[in-house]
Write a protein that binds this ligand. Sequence first.
Ligand code: VG1
Ligand code: CO
Length: 544
Amino acid sequence: MTIRTVATTPFTDQKPGTSGLRKAVPTFQQPHYLENFIQSIFDSLDGIQGQTLVVGGDGRYYNRQAIQIILRMAAANGIGRILVGCDGIFSTPAASAVIRKYNALGGIILSASHNPGGPNGDFGVKYNVTNGGPAPEKVTEAIFECTKAISEYKILDAADINLDRPGSFKLGTMDVEVMDSVAPYVELMQKLFDFDQIKALLSSGSFRMCMDSLHAVTGPYAHALFEKHLGAPTGTVLNGTPLEDFGGGHPDPNLVYAHDLVEILFGENAPDFGAASDGDGDRNMILGRNFFVTPSDSLAVLTANAKLVPGYKDGIAGVARSMPTSEAVDRVAKKLGIECYETPTGWKFFGNLLDAGKATLCGEESFGTGSNHIREKDGLWAVLFWLNILAVRGESVEKIVRDHWKEYGRNYYSRHDYEEVESGPANELMDRLRSMGGELTGKQFGNYTVAYSDDFSYTDPVDGSVSSKQGIRIGFTDGSRIVFRLSGTGTKGATLRVYIESYEPDASKHNIDTQEALKPLIQLAEEIAKIQQFTGRTEPTVIT
Ligand code: VG1
Ligand code: CO
């Protein structure tokens, strides 16, 4: 087998976004495109010779081909050993767990998460570092620099490795281990949760649940966890076979895209509990019978009930949430007397806090929740956490959340997305808000007075690194907030995200429809940002 050095020229668009490099499949299929990015990852790292890497993806279209290319390039670049998931499958949380378990140098995860897949869908590549988490900004910047200067890449001439079943292979001098990626993940979950108690609940006959894997990566993991180990009846997992195009669906667990599950949970004879996860398995949606739990509330409830779960029985050190996530968890942290950190959007910003033991639980409004067990958000972990709480408390999801609101007050919360708008005007909208800066402070809009307004900047409390321009925050004196930012995961045009939140301490006012409760603030967001004028849109494309 010979190592070939191939001459190439840079692509100018290989800057990683919120979560790796995401592009349409045809972009990745251009000659040298994937190779350039992979070589840039290797070039940006020190001391890769002989090291172990984890490789796998969410099973979407182009996953297998990309893995074969990465294996041959890794061998040519002197990597010592690769752990690759059977069928090329690794959910993002399972990859994070395996990087940690085997003390690997890092991992390459192939996923575009919740973006649709298929020949005309999206593909993505993400590099995770030694702690199992997404590469921090200084690493992604170094990779980007390499992509701009690349002139050649190395690849081994070799036949494809059989990924269909576990086995050990040699590619040049590199060892390749094709492994079952489900077993180590299940083992980790067994250490954190009370499987006996959850099993008693799921096999009691009086409690029914439904898990929708949306034809994405969690299918095999969910079958193993719920149906095999926890005694739930066969059929509990819906859409549990990963498909390259996710069955034509949009693997995003929210009220819009997980509509089949929503219909079941809001239909006649609804089960007690429903959950869904996304393309790569790091997101979760939690539903009760006729009841939706917002991700921000979910983080707050998990934090308040953490001591009921074996893995967290001694309490938690601190919590962290992304800036646009509602402040519901802040109130729980205050009561518990623990620190609550506010970070920019994207899981990479939680890594240092988790490593330093400053935070135990983390969450984002975008259906992401996780803990220090790994360094990624973890969809099925969140589902098991909820099941463990339900098993201990013996109450419904709705009762638990309503009681939570009674105790802490309710943060009404919604995100309005304006997808695929033109990039130019979207940037102008943001620039305009940015230039308004502090001048909004003290201004009165109807019943609302602006308490502060800024472009969020984060100084990492562990390494002191600064991330600026992370989104416009406008806070009002009554605790309401409006946040504006542009998505860093989209692949077409720009996506404007508007996050709206209000706080209601009065329990007699906890029954209002969310959009209704937030109406004055939604109107205010339009008034301040002139969304219609800049985007030409009168309504958001997705409301969560
Ligand atoms: C979105 C979410 C963010 C999340 C990111 C990756 O980013 O808002 O909270 O961390 O997706 O999630 P953006 O920049 O489009 O708002 V996933 O499930 O890709 O791994
Ligand atoms: Co995801």
